[in-house]
Design a protein around this ligand. Structure first.
Ligand code: HEC
Length: 180
């Protein structure tokens, strides 16, 4: 009797196993379709990666900083500076360094323009000057413009705001650089 019951249980168990196996196989039949889709997804992923590289061309397509500066308002830039930069920078003549360097006369000057400030190696090695377009690109996305910079700032996406800001910074100099 016990033996019979055990057999029944074993039978039921085997039956379940069989069902699981069959379902598994049905699953196998179904898998090829998702696999193909996954392939498409991967292709789409690559496409996505390519378009993720797009911001640079997109930025290049934006109105050039030279044109934006023609209509830029320095006073608006000063307000933006107060909101977004002043926690880390001063821009007046002889202003103190905070987390970031004083920015007086930075426009047109060399990168890492302030001797004595402890810049990141990335900034020290970046080379070149803060030309209007270079500065514009840096303010749009600091980490992309100078990978490894210690300026932990997300950037300003609004091209007009950046132009206003650059116009303000340009004015923070005894001899503002000529407009481009
Ligand atoms: C969280 C602090 C922080 C904020 C906010 C910030 N900065 Fe900076 N900034 C830094 C630091 C730190 C550096 C030095 C970066 C390095 O050495 O890599 C720097 C560097 C710079 C430089 C290069 C200076 C040079 O001497 O070459 C410019 C220009 C600049 N910041 C402008 C701005 C402007 C404009 C804003 C506002 C939109 C801003 N920063 C917001 C911290 C900040």
């Amino acid at each position: 009797m016990n033996m019979l019951e055990a057999n029944k249980i074993a039978g039921a168990f085997l039956m379940s196993l069989l069902i699981i196996l069959v379902i598994g196989h049905i699953g196998d039949f179904l898998v090829p379709a998702p696999k193909v889709e996954r392939g498409h997804d991967a292709a789409a992923g690559h496409g996505g990666a390519k378009s993720a590289g797009a911001p640079a061309p997109a930025a290049a397509q934006a109105t050039p900083i030279a044109d934006r500066l023609k209509v830029a308002v320095s006073g608006e830039g000063e307000k933006i500076f107060g909101k977004k930069c002043a926690s880390c920078h001063t821009a007046n003549d002889g202003g103190a360094n905070k987390i970031g360097p004083n920015l007086y006369d930075v426009v047109g000057g060399p990168k890492a323009h302030l001797p004595g400030f402890s810049y990141s190696d990335a900034m020290k090695k970046a080379g070149g000057n803060w030309a209007y377009d270079t500065l514009d690109a840096f303010l749009e996305n600091p980490k992309a413009a100078i990978p490894g910079t210690k300026m932990t700032f997300a950037g300003i996406k609004d091209a007009k705001e950046r132009a206003n800001l650059v116009a303000y910074l340009r004015g923070q100099s005894a001899a503002p650089k000529p407009l481009p």
